[in-house]
Design a binder for this molecule. Structure first.
Ligand SMILES: Cc1ncc(COP(=O)(O)O)c(C=O)c1O
Length: 463
């Protein structure tokens, strides 16, 4: 071994150890982490990640649903560096702004559907949800509807990790009892996952059940007490759940009927993942009162989130609350460097017509992944365009899951890692959301590599 090689091995080991000793990661497992530690990623090019040992992976996870335009773009580095040189920071409070902040707010108002013309900036998806929640309270108080504070969300939904965002989320696995949650004013209805609701004989019957359940929940709490319904257009971390056709329209109609605000959490689905700037109207035909977004807004180059809300809400809060401070926001709301990155990201998406690729290659991705259904442990392949997941079962007829101890999703993703492919394990699932620039050839690599990884894991388990 050369001395260069041995010093780079020592460096890698030292980083590994520092990480284990000091970096408490989101969703870390305290039992296995000290032995297993982290994979150390050092570089990226387009849709590929490269680890500290020089191994290259096709990143079919897109970072964490976020590297939409792909990594390593010089133009992005230049836009960020230019803004740092010009003005790295200025306060956004009260009456001071920056050129990128004002420009991005206006661009988002143009791109967002209907009357969503006002933007609260935040640092990511969780804080976009937190800001939406506080805005809703403020709005209902301005209307004099002081009891209208209850929230309805769905089982298996994920809305982030601040106190309120996690409480709104309905993923049971994300709610260990050691953390506390707001329970009194937050309620959950069923996840619209037809595969996991086999007692309903058709998707239409399931849809009727879901709509009725939501209406009953509103009536049970009291329509005068329900402030808002929070919904991801496609549930992401809860298992890429595409609701039955017509679900969005009918739940939206119910919300309008009972004066309940509709919050579309587009942290994952916006900025091209489903082929459009926003999915709420262009894919699902609804006009929400609030859209939250983050991730693809800056394609992961810098942290940024936005809560985009309607003219109607703005008219109420600016009239009723006009003699008070609107005490919501952060030091980094509309951070000029993050906004400059988002503006360049949006310009690249437009100029390169990236959404056309997301639509065409996304449809191809969905079709090709469905070929995995031939395998005995693949129970379902579901998703839309560049948001997909494969669910593993021990038996296709009973749809029984593997026991947690098998950790099937992780076994398969580990096997894929070794073959140069990253997919995201979530329990019995492998979830994928590649950069929107992925090619058909790369999709072929993802599907064939995932297939061989499943086969490798399946055989020792006796299939
Ligand atoms: C739908 C949805 N909302 C909110 C969030 C939270 O975003 P962040 O992790 O940027 O705070 C996520 C993160 O995955 C998400 O998927």
């Amino acid at each position: 071994m050369s001395s260069d090689q041995s010093s780079s091995d020592n460096f890698a080991k030292a980083i590994w150890q520092k990480d284990v000793d000091h970096f408490t990661h989101p969703w870390q497992m305290f039992d296995s982490f000290p032995q297993e530690g982290s994979m150390i990623l050092e570089k990226a090019e387009g849709s590929y990640l490269i680890d500290i040992e020089g191994n290259r992976y096709l990143d079919a996870v897109g970072g964490l649903w976020c590297t939409n335009i792909g990594q390593g773009r010089e133009e992005m580095a230049d836009a960020i560096a230019d803004q740092v040189r010009k003005l790295a920071y200025a306060s956004p409070f009260v009456d001071s702004t920056t050129i990128p902040g004002a420009q991005l707010a206006s661009t988002l108002a143009e791109l967002a559907p209907g009357s969503l013309n006002h933007v609260l900036f935040s640092c990511g998806g969780s804080t976009a949800i937190d800001s939406a929640y506080r805005l809703i309270q403020y709005y209902q108080n301005c209307r004099g509807l002081h009891d209208k504070k209850h929230i309805i969300a769905r089982d298996a939904s994920y809305h982030g990790s601040t106190y309120i965002a996690m409480s709104i989320g309905g993923k049971k696995a994300d709610h260990p009892p050691e953390f506390d949650y707001e329970r009194d004013t937050i309620h959950h209805v069923s996840s619209p996952n037809f595969y996991r609701a086999p007692q309903h004989e058709s998707e239409d019957a399931f849809l009727d059940f879901l709509v009725n359940e939501l209406e009953q929940k509103i009536l049970e709490i009291g329509a005068d007490k329900v402030a808002a319904f929070f919904a991801e257009p496609i549930l992401g971390a809860g298992g890429v759940v595409v609701p039955p056709a017509g679900y969005h329209k009918r739940t939206h109609e119910l919300c309008k009927q009972y004066d309940v605000l509709y919050v579309s959490d587009e942290v994952v689905t916006a900025f091209g993942r489903l082929g459009h700037w926003f999915a709420s109207q262009d894919v699902f035909g609804i006009q929400p009162d609030i859209i939250t977004c983050a991730k693809g807004l800056s394609s992961g180059y810098l942290p940024l989130g936005a809560t985009i809300y309607s003219d109607e809400m703005h008219a109420v809060i600016s009239e009723q609350g006009k003699d008070r401070c609107f005490t919501s926001g952060y030091t980094y709301s509309g951070h000029p460097v993050c906004c400059a990155a988002a503006l360049k990201n949006i310009e690249i998406m437009q100029r390169e017509n990236i959404f056309e690729n997301a639509s065409n290659v996304g449809d191809y991705f969905g079709e090709q992944l469905k070929t995995l259904l031939e395998l005995p442990i693949v129970g379902e392949v579901r998703g839309y365009r560049l948001m997909q997941c494969v669910e593993f079962v021990t038996n296709k007829d009973t749809r029984e899951n593997f026991p947690d101890t098998v950790d099937i999703g992780k076994l398969i993703s580990d096997s894929a890692d070794a073959k140069g492919l990253m997919v995201r394990p979530i329990g019995n699932l492998n979830v994928m959301s590649p950069p929107l620039i992925i090619t058909k050839e790369e999709v072929d690599f993802v599907v064939s590599t995932l297939r061989s990884s499943i086969v490798d894991v399946m055989e020792p388990l006796g299939y």
